[in-house]
Ligand binder design. Sequence first.
Ligand SMILES: [Zn+2]
Length: 251
Amino acid sequence: MAIYPQARVMLIAQANQGEAILRNRVNFHTAVTDASSLYPYFSQPDRPCSHFYVAENGVVEQYIDTRWRSSADYEGNDATISIETWDGYGRVWTSGSPPPWNAAQVRSLKALTLWILRTHRSIPPRLARDSIPGPSSFGLSWHRLGIDPWRHPQGMHYSTAYGKICPGDARVAQVPGILAHVKTDTTLTEDNQMLIIRRASDGATFIVIGGRGAGVKNTADLSAYRAAGVQTVNLSDPGYSEAQARYLTTA
Ligand SMILES: [Zn+2]
């Protein structure tokens, strides 16, 4: 179970997309809505659902346990924790870009993001640069990094839409402020996100998550790192990222 202690917990059972083995990034979204809750919308069948919603007054609703995948980030769903945010569409703005997050939202986004990185320590405390499978897309990210025409040509699609600005320039400009808050926790280090691939003598292939995994050379090493708490993923496990594996096997 990974439930944010400050959240208004409103789990939507059918939104659960299976276990998220890898967690590489947080994706910020803007919801293009004036709704105080996305629960009624997300509760309908076949609606891509995010893990969280941050409302106008800063209330955080949680729809999916972060242990599970959400469906808000298309090719990034396997390893992305998604946060939707109120933007007052139809009342506060009707055309152009969403306004910046208000003060209550910024406070909530800082606290929520810090909790996510403390809970899922494979997500590094830095800004993602693109949606390419691998380290450059890890960290604090946003939807349009994986939306054309902003998407890097080698990047994953976080949406099939074209030109969707989510979450908009004003909100993208606020992400470094959220990161600065996260970095006040000095136990969160870049080291957590180093990924090492290893082929065991039995032919099984592993992703080892954690900088301490750098020294893995044999199965005895692997056992020792696992015993020390380094997260490992067996590529034969259901739900691993094909794109991730391709990156790792060619890096
Ligand atoms: Zn979005």
